[in-house]
Write a protein that binds this ligand. Sequence first.
Ligand SMILES: *[C@@H]1O[C@H](CO)[C@@H](O)[C@H](O)[C@H]1NC(C)=O
Ligand SMILES: *[C@@H]1O[C@H](CO)[C@@H](O)[C@H](O)[C@H]1NC(C)=O
Ligand SMILES: *[C@@H]1O[C@H](CO)[C@@H](O)[C@H](O)[C@H]1NC(C)=O
Ligand SMILES: *[C@@H]1O[C@H](CO)[C@@H](O)[C@H](O)[C@H]1NC(C)=O
Length: 342
Amino acid sequence: MLPLRLPLLFLLVSVALCQYDDYDYQPASRHGPSGPNCHQECDCPFNFPTAMYCDSRKLKFVPVVPTGIKYLYLQNNLIEEIKAGVFDNVTDTLRWLILDNNQITNAKIEKGTIDKLSALEKLFFSNNNLTEPVIPPSKSLDELKIMHNQLSKFPSGLLSDKENLTSVNVQNNQLTSDAIGGAFKGPKKMLSLDVSHNKLKKLPAGVPGSLEILYADYNEIDIVGAGYLGKLPLLQSLRISHNKLVDSGIPAGVFNVTSLVELDLSFNQLKSIPEINENLEQLYLQANKIEKFELTSLCKYVSTTSFSHLKHLRLDGNMVTHSSMPPESSNCLRVASDVIFE
Ligand SMILES: *[C@@H]1O[C@H](CO)[C@@H](O)[C@H](O)[C@H]1NC(C)=O
Ligand SMILES: *[C@@H]1O[C@H](CO)[C@@H](O)[C@H](O)[C@H]1NC(C)=O
Ligand SMILES: *[C@@H]1O[C@H](CO)[C@@H](O)[C@H](O)[C@H]1NC(C)=O
Ligand SMILES: *[C@@H]1O[C@H](CO)[C@@H](O)[C@H](O)[C@H]1NC(C)=O
């Protein structure tokens, strides 16, 4: 058997910091003269006449949107309300509505505004004062972001007819598991769901089988239902870091599913390494209470064709050290480039 030669490198955690590039959806040239129809407070570039830029100008209201506008940018203002009528000329043409960084409350969204938008594809409503989601009737909605609000409920069925919805992000709200029961049922093409930084006690129920990414970091999750991942055959990345997971909340084999490539269970209270599938490539277990290195959790059998595909394994902030690894580890972890203990 080969001597163990896994380099003990400190992993540079640069992962996941690039998901907040919210404002790079503007066309290169947004300056130049405004189209004739534009609202006086805003810019509508001649070379991109279907866009109206009203962002970052201390607006307190949503301006009346002229006929022909498909992309509307209203982020970084002081908007508190949306008055009836402002979207009347674009109800069946507006595709993107960007409202991030305002102070909009549910009570001040009048009837006959967002509830009339039948062609909307993207709704960005982060950093506002919503206590419940605002969902347009459009069946074309593909991306929904309501991060950093005060959402305390997300009623069941609101998204059930959104056949093209691929991405939902409701991180940093006040959602409980009861408040989101059935919320994400329906959209058959959903790829990505982010419910991190909420108050969930378990992973969201009834999520679409199409999901590839599920982030639930920073909640109060202490249990993963047996078979939860069995209903998500395409899931590649699961993050449940900074929760309250204990060994008894993790049924045997629950994470041993072939689709998973990345599993983040860091900052929990696990005492043992859960069984994983040999296809897993990234396993984050730092800052738990792991007491021993159980190789059988990573490889039940080792042979020429059967071994773990783990590349990165973090075990720092636990009670194990490099010397806890049994000698056979190198054969099991034959492609690992980083195993971190401290
Ligand atoms: C809205 O449409 C009506 C009827 O076509 C038109 O008279 C009016 O000028 C439009 N308003 C704006 C702001 O585009
Ligand atoms: C929105 O929330 C912020 C932060 O919690 C608060 O300072 C502001 O007064 C709220 N605005 C409204 C209109 O509720
Ligand atoms: C969903 O997306 C497909 C492919 O882009 C498109 O053909 C279809 O019209 C969309 N459905 C709706 C309701 O927008
Ligand atoms: C994972 O499941 C497969 C298939 O059921 C099984 O052969 C393997 O031993 C399991 N792996 C671990 C580490 O338990």
